[in-house]
Design a protein around this ligand. Sequence first.
Ligand SMILES: [Zn+2]
Length: 125
Amino acid sequence: MTNNTLKAIFSRTSGHCHFCGDRLFFARRGIKKGQPEKGAWEVDHVIQKDKGGKNAAENYLPACVRCNRLRWHRKGRALRELLLLGLIAKKEIKKNTDAGKHFRRLVARRQAANRQRNLKKEPMT
Ligand SMILES: [Zn+2]
């Protein structure tokens, strides 16, 4: 993919994630060791390849790495289910119910596991 194509894709959302709207930094495309995750982005298929989407600039939008990795291959019904479960979990957490407390612990455990995994990827200095 050429730099001009990447700039065209990036500018389609004025340099913001098409999922969450967070600001992206053009130079932070992809995940690179030692690079902050904030503002890192990837090209995302609007129409996924297995649904007939093409590998063409018109079919791409910029997405922050975090959103793109959470969505992963989910689409349609599976993506809506994920969003619904997220809304339910958020409500339980906000109300501080037993389920909400459990969700909060699960999130903390998941984030700790992700940090450990990312630390293993960091180069030794
Ligand atoms: Zn995002």
